[in-house]
Ligand binder design. Structure first.
Ligand SMILES: [Zn+2]
Length: 122
């Protein structure tokens, strides 16, 4: 099977093999069927734009929360107004654990920024 890339990087299948082997089918599927997801740069895990990360990898979760501003905002409101138990019931324990970590990191980051800007002003 001959596969070449044209200028805008869209792969083109020039000639379909007469008796495609398993490897050929894998290539064809990869080109035309499989949805390719981006990877999280720091850890290299695949990033799925819609699903919660399946791992407990902190980088994946940080990327998830950063890319889902609305979800994060909504969870923050539920967490503050209704408490963590409600959020656990809605999204599961791992989600809430990672959410708490993310929010704590954000708070710390914000605090550090405020402190450093305070030093610069005085
Ligand atoms: Zn990861």
């Amino acid at each position: 099977m001959e596969v070449k890339s044209i200028e805008n990087n869209i792969p083109v299948l020039y000639k379909a093999p007469e008796n495609p082997s398993k490897v050929d089918w894998a290539r064809i599927n990869k080109l035309y069927v499989t949805v390719q997801h981006n990877k999280v740069k720091i850890c290299g895990h695949k990033f799925h734009p819609y699903n919660d990360p399946r791992t407990s990898c902190q980088h994946c979760w940080v990327t998830y929360f950063q890319n889902h501003g609305e979800v994060t905002k909504m969870c923050d409101e539920i967490f503050r107004n209704d408490g963590p138990e409600v959020l656990i019931r809605l999204r599961g324990e791992r989600f809430v654990k990672m959410f708490k970590r993310f929010m704590a990191t954000l708070a710390k980051f914000k605090e550090e920024q405020e402190n450093s800007s305070g030093i610069q002003q005085s």
